[in-house]
Design a protein around this ligand. Sequence first.
Ligand code: PMP
Length: 398
Amino acid sequence: MSLAVHTADLDVIGSGFVHLDYAATAPCVRAAADAVNGLLPSYGSVHRGTGPRSQTSTLEYERSRAVIADFLGCRPGDQVVFTRNTTDALNLLARSLPAGTTTVVFDGEHHANLLPWPNPVRLPAPASPEEAIAAAGQALAGLRGPVLLAVTGASNVTGEVWPVHELAEVAHAHGARIVVDAAQLAPHRPIDLREIGADYVALSGHKLYAPFGAGVLAGRADWLDAAPPYLAGGGASAAVGDTIGDVRWQTGPARHEGGTPNLLGAVSLAAVCSALAESDRGELHEREQQLLAQLRDGLGDVPGADEVSIFGPWSERVGIVAIAVPGHDPAAVATRLADDFGIGVRAGLFCAHPLVRRLTGATGNGGCEGGLLRVSFGLGTTPADIDALLAALRALLR
Ligand code: PMP
């Protein structure tokens, strides 16, 4: 049995290694590669030029935006702004907040969702979804003026899925807005802004089976239309006068997409969104949970298993598992997995230093100074990949 490959569009292309580092960058799927290859012979500049190449490219770019809006369940009037990645998308939102906005974040966030925010109120990483909801409610109750709650959809360290729907309700009950960092949620779960009730969502194409260079910020238009352009320049400006400062800026996504757009990034991301939208997400979820169970059970069988910590007690999680093995440096284990077994995982603090510190401290685990070992998987992963990892760990930890 293999995860995935229910439609050829979602086949991962290329192979040769056991890649268990999807959370860093996922491999490209057929749909994305086909979309890029289809445009290579005929692309031109988007929104610039009247030639057939330019016209086709503009149409494809805007079609991609519409596909992604649909995939994310955008409401009428919502905007989809193309960015470079999630970090870029969250920075765009951070620069678009109304003056005086307070932001509320948990310490468990990836740095991309921790560092861009002005006036942050930082809450300790919660120990349970219930604690997250209660803590958010408490913090928001004391705040006045515009407020944004910034939360992850799924942790890039523990894989835990956050209760974003409930957090959106709490935010709105206190007159605040909420942005969901969906970098890790989007590859594993459907996201529907109407259903979740979130105001904004950010994601990266390279974690969603498309090549590098494209991400999106999607959500409410008003703050974005009122904000200074994120990238001042051509495309963002509607009219420029002869005196300094005499500029009329675009409204809509163009306001923040200065410069020549990344057409291939947009079409490849949209192609994956279409393929995922047509797939059986329930089946994918089921298979992912089977692989998680296989990994968890197998880790119970490695040498010193009773001392191996699997981090993250929340019941709902995506295919991301962080472990610590007392007495073993995570970086050394990861290097040997790569060099001796051709297996790619990741070791370290995963751009989530406060969280990893709390996790390792809370368990009192020795040997965690170098962070943790993270195993993450997705569409191309098979039970044989997990078996290979477990066999390698059994050999290495002996
Ligand atoms: N948020 C989360 C939860 C992530 O896992 C990552 C990437 N590791 C990011 C944000 C940043 O994504 P990118 O590097 O693509 O901007």
